[in-house]
Design a protein around this ligand. Structure first.
Ligand SMILES: *Cc1c(COP(=O)(O)O)cnc(C)c1O
Length: 346
């Protein structure tokens, strides 16, 4: 191995996806693969999730979503929800994606792109249920649905989904969002639209609150075993990836390992967490640009392995533990790992 490696346990991913699918049934699960599957590599993640029965994938960025569709082919539907240019929308439609749409000018661009591509573009209309993070406001929804129906009649688009995104910060606010969502679905049907999927919730709300599942749930964190900040461990779910670094020296300052801030290890972790060594947990003393130091243990030797994050099975922190130590979410330590750190698939 190199001086550091991100080990992605695809068996663990399959078990997580199976556990999430069992929990959400009869709702389907859209496995979120945004940002190169949270920096773990779209293609191997999609293959493993397909083995575990996944039939939906999705992401914000077009690039990850197009790769997922190319990998899955007819075995899965893939949704991309970033607002993009007409050219990019055309690439998405030609690539077989469904597009999430949260404003009327984007819908218009998609209708034009569909005409150039000579296909009917499948779209999921997004209502803003209170998060104010893109989505059509309730007062503009009826007009939006009427415009969509017009483009359906011209065979430019087909509305296959109605969706929104909620804060998942308080149950009460989420309940208000759900009521807005239900009204939006009714209004869409009244406008003559006939979506086959309604989707509102991500990991936390869909796991804990069945009434938020509708036909489809969009699950990122829990498929990858990233628990919520301050959230409980979940039965059947564990982190998929481990970040492992090799010992490159034993010096006065401690045991030197071959990963540093330039490799994506947050320098603020120094002095805040313990990592797993062959002799058990030891404090991560300091993170320098090109290397980091761990408190010494007897018999430390070159090429010993230190686990910086992982499933927790050997006493190492999980990604969420690291995030909490520096006041952020578990996705951040994962997504920060430089693409130059090799990925190994187990
Ligand atoms: C990232 C994302 C998700 C996944 O959220 P998790 O909490 O990680 O499951 C779902 N929906 C949207 C719109 C997202 O951007």
């Amino acid at each position: 191995m190199n001086t550091a490696e991100l080990r992605v346990d695809l068996g663990r991913l399959r078990r997580n996806v199976r556990a999430v699918r069992a929990r959400m049934a009869p709702a389907e699960v859209l496995v979120v693969i945004k940002d190169d599957a949270y920096a773990q590599g779209v293609e191997p993640i999609v293959d493993a999730a397909l083995d575990a029965g996944a039939v939906w994938f999705g992401g914000i960025d077009l690039a990850s979503s197009l790769r997922a569709k190319a990998e899955a082919g007819d075995r899965a539907r893939v949704l991309a929800w970033m607002t993009v240019s007409e050219e990019e929308a055309e690439a998405g439609i030609r690539g077989g994606l469904e597009l999430g749409v949260g404003d009327i000018s984007y819908l218009e661009r998609i209708a034009r792109a569909a005409r150039s591509a000579g296909v009917v573009a499948p779209v999921h209309l997004k209502i803003d249920t209170g998060l104010h993070r893109n989505g059509v406001r309730p007062e503009a929804w009826a007009e939006f649905c009427a415009a969509a129906r017009g483009w359906e009649r011209e065979s430019r688009i087909r509305v296959t989904g109605i969706w929104s995104h909620i804060a998942e910060a308080s149950d009460d606010e989420d309940d208000v969002s759900r009521a807005v969502f239900d009204d939006a679905v009714d209004a869409a049907r009244a406008a003559g639209l006939d979506p086959d999927v309604r989707h509102l919730a991500a990991s936390a709300a869909s796991w804990h609150r069945p009434e938020f599942r509708y036909d489809l749930v969009r699950v990122g964190a829990f498929c990858f075993g990233v628990r919520s900040e301050d959230g409980p461990d979940l039965p059947g779910i564990a982190p998929v990836s481990s970040l492992v670094a090799r010992v490159t020296g034993v010096v006065d300052a401690g045991v030197r390992i071959g990963i540093g801030a330039v490799d994506g290890l947050p320098s603020t972790l120094g002095g805040r967490v313990s990592v797993s060594t062959p002799a058990g947990p030891r404090e991560l003393l300091r993170v320098d640009p090109f290397e980091a130091f761990v408190a010494a243990w007897p018999g430390a030797a070159l090429d010993d392995e230190v686990v910086i994050f992982g499933s927790g099975a050997s006493g190492e922190p999980t990604p969420t533990d690291l995030g909490e130590a520096i006041g952020t979410v578990g996705e951040e330590p994962l997504l920060r790992i430089s693409p130059l750190v090799p990925r190994a698939y187990l």
